[in-house]
Design a binder for this molecule. Structure first.
Ligand SMILES: Nc1nc2c(ncn2[C@@H]2O[C@H](COP(=O)(O)OP(=O)(O)OP(=O)(O)O)[C@@H](O)[C@H]2O)c(=O)[nH]1
Ligand SMILES: [Mg+2]
Length: 326
């Protein structure tokens, strides 16, 4: 270590070493460059600092650009994210258009959708996020889409029930299992949490208005005990309520309303948390530091004594009203 380094410089270096983000690291390096004594003995260090600043700045810019511009990255919203995966023309965009306000384009020609598009499907006072996607074809998934599929909470294999639906399901299933995914028609909270490849999945058999009923029966028979089949018509609306109900059950969440002491509950937007979540999990959703400062909570709800005092480990139930007390 060359001599003559000031306490100011050493402080800057410590900030740099303890930084958690690229921004903070950059600030640290810039401060080091600013405070380093400028003389012959530190020339090499100054050059080194400039190089590190330039490298880190480029790397950080690249990271930010890829985050901001990646059209296949769909941020999560609502109670959970449900992705539609299917061959061309099966009606994925039509379903989004029928159930959400998303600006999707349904078309009577295949490959109409080029990029994933999310939309919110209302479920009572909560929302299910539905993602329209560009089509897959046997043996091919559009570059980028695999990541979108992997990060979704629930996968819907969507098929046109009027056109060889068994082959369509197999084609999509092959693509997903080839990418390591294990598909199960079980709610999220029943998946093996140690196995990061398990996904809740259902088959959505669309266009039942055109399909002979035996096509849906054949799907049900073939996948009995493995994957559930939801028959719908995105065009007529048939089966959409049942599909939404099914997706809600698979998401396995509870809705919780918060309130401040002496005030009525915040009724407009419930928090949605995984079944099994506790008062402490809710506190963390509200604010990252709240679990540290909270002491107990009061709860109103089904099977609760009004305003019952509970500990942070209390498991939340659907429609609980919670007041967190510090
Ligand atoms: N009869 C009937 N037609 C439907 C139904 N759903 C979609 N369609 C029609 O099927 C065609 C394709 O619909 P899209 O929603 O564009 O299909 P897609 O799966 O998004 O197609 P890609 O974007 O190419 O993957 C359109 O002409 C729709 O009107 C349905 O339930 N019944
Ligand atoms: Mg489409």
């Amino acid at each position: 270590m060359p001599a003559n380094l000031t306490p100011e410089y050493e402080k800057a270096e410590q900030t740099y070493r303890e930084a958690a983000t690229d921004e903070e690291r950059l600030d640290g390096l810039r401060e080091m460059l600013r405070t380093i004594p400028k003389h012959k003995g530190t020339e090499k260090m100054q050059g080194d600092l400039k190089r590190r600043i330039s490298q880190l700045r480029k790397a950080a810019a690249k990271k930010a650009a890829s985050r901001g511009l990646d059209p296949f990255h769909i941020p999560k919203g609502g109670a959970g994210q449900v992705i539609l995966v299917g061959l061309p023309n099966v009606g994925k965009s039509t379903l989004l258009a029928a159930t959400t306000n998303a600006p999707v384009k349904a078309a009577d020609y295949p490959f109409a959708t080029a990029l994933p598009v999310p939309g919110m499907w209302r479920y009572e006072d909560a929302q299910i996020e539905l993602v329209d996607t560009p089509p897959v074809t046997p043996g091919h998934v559009p570059p980028g889409l695999t990541g979108t599929i992997r990060s979704a909470d629930i996968i819907c294999i969507m098929v046109d029930a009027s056109a060889e639906p068994l082959e369509q399901v197999e084609a999509v299933r092959d693509l997903l299992t080839a990418r390591g995914l294990m598909l199960r028609s079980a709610p999220r909270n029943e998946l093996d949490s140690a196995d990061r490849n398990q996904r809740s999945c259902i088959i959505v058999a669309n266009k039942v208005d055109l399909a002979p009923p035996e096509n849906v029966a054949a799907l049900r028979e073939l996948y009995a005990g493995r994957l559930e089949v939801c028959p719908i018509s995105a065009a007529t609306g048939e089966g959409l309520d049942a599909l939404r109900e099914r997706l809600w059950r698979l998401l396995a969440v509870v809705r919780v309303y918060t309130k401040k002491p002496g005030l009525p509950p915040d009724n407009d937007q419930p928090f949605t948390l995984q079944i099994g979540s506790t008062v402490e999990d809710l506190a963390r959703e509200i604010h990252r530091e709240l679990p540290g400062t909270m002491k107990y909570a009061r709860i109103w709800g089904d099977g609760r004594f009004d305003g019952q005092h509970v500990q942070r480990t209390e498991v939340l139930r659907d429609k609980d009203v919670v007041e967190i007390r510090g």
